[in-house]
Design a protein around this ligand. Structure first.
Ligand code: ZN
Length: 370
């Protein structure tokens, strides 16, 4: 797909979004103009979690365990579809099948693998009807199988799944008038992607590949399936990745993953494998939003759903709090551990990053920087 860059009269925005005392002295964020930076920071600051709505979503997500391939996960896929439709989003469900390692492999001649059905749910804003790109905000929505425990995963994966609904409700509402305010030019919609099957089916993340006789990757099922669907394409004269035509064929300038963002005193991990451009963008917006304290000073590598997208050449980042692990994959990961404030702060960062890229995607097209 190619598209010539149109003229973008962002100046039209100025009377609507910039007060007389504009913040033009702000140091510029890499790849983001001052006007877009100002607009996005203001948009992010206004974001608030609707706690009644979030709680009702949490009650649904934490009713029972819902691992990849379970009947309850199928029900939650339908729930997400219905919720996304109610937010006036363009919705698409992708069903897929993957071989998973059979925990009983070899006993009495049983097969090494079990086929499981998963569902990735896509929901796109309709802000720019003609847009041929879309920035992805993602979360997995399956729970880990924890032996002997009814593990409902309020933080992992409820917090990011519920936050994604809140973000899309907000963005669908708050960005809807932008199309009329801006003339033609490069800009993207925003796609929420709820991914199935992030958790390994065996207890250890790598055991399916390293120890089990099936020797297969046993994690990130939904994200590997989704990243495999991407094709090479061209947008604004840059080589990039696009979804298949049946999903609109839109280009994917960036993939922003949220995971485990509900612990009190949020401390997001500076994730080593993530795209450096996106990590810098996160740090700069954190400064502007007075949120530098929610980002860990140390860097650590975390394996997660962003990796298949990085491998496919997409700019991808993982916004994950991998510091608060006292209830991680344990019985205590229930609604009582959730901090709406932490979710809100992670949401503000996600909004600033996703919306700024959606309004100025050019820097994030082309092959990722790692
Ligand atoms: Zn987990």
């Amino acid at each position: 797909m190619t598209r010539k860059m149109g003229t973008w009269y962002l100046v039209l925005l100025v009377p609507f979004f910039l007060p007389a005392s504009c913040v033009c002295q702000d140091s510029q964020i890499f790849g983001v103009s001052k006007d877009v930076s100002y607009y996005t920071v203001e948009l992010a600051k206004r974001f608030k979690i609707n706690q009644d709505e979030a709680k009702s979503d949490f009650l649904e997500f934490t009713k029972r365990p819902h691992p990849f391939g379970s009947d309850r996960q199928r029900e939650l896929a339908s729930y997400l579809l219905a919720r996304a439709r109610s937010l006036q989003l363009e919705v698409y469900e992708e069903q897929f099948s993957m071989a998973t390692p059979n925990p009983e492999a070899g006993k009495n001649g049983t097969s090494f693998v079990i086929e499981k059905i998963g569902y990735n749910i896509f929901a796109r804003t309709k802000t720019f009807p003609q847009a041929d790109c879309s920035v992805v905000l993602a979360s997995h929505y399956d729970t880990k199988i924890v032996p002997g425990v009814d593990y409902v995963g309020a933080n992992d994966s409820g917090s990011s799944s519920v936050l994604l609904l809140q973000l899309m409700a907000y963005l669908s509402r708050e960005m809807k008038d932008m199309n009329g305010l801006m003339s033609e030019g490069p800009r993207c919609n925003i796609t929420a992607l709820w991914l199935d099957g992030e958790e390994s089916q065996l207890w250890e993340w790598d055991a399916g590949l390293l120890q089990h006789p099936a020797r297969i990757i046993d994690n990130t099922y939904g994200s590997r399936h989704a990243a495999n669907m991407l094709t090479s394409c061209s947008l604004f004269e840059k080589e990039t990745k696009c979804w298949p035509l049946r999903m609109g064929g839109t280009a994917l300038p960036a993939f922003i993953l949220l995971d485990m963002v509900g612990s009190p005193d949020l401390k997001l991990t500076r994730e080593k494998n993530s795209s450096k451009k996106l990590v810098r963008l996160m740090e700069r917006f954190a400064q502007k939003l007075d949120l530098s304290h929610v980002i860990d000073k140390e860097s650590h590598a975390v394996s997660d759903d962003h990796e298949p997208f990085l491998k496919a050449g997409v700019h991808a980042v993982d916004l994950i709090d991998f510091n608060h692990l006292s209830t991680w994959h344990r019985a205590g990961d229930d609604l009582s551990t959730i901090s709406y404030e932490s979710m809100e702060l992670a949401g503000k960062l996600a909004i600033s990053m996703a919306v700024s890229i959606s309004l100025e995607p050019k820097v994030f097209l082309g092959h990722a920087d790692k």
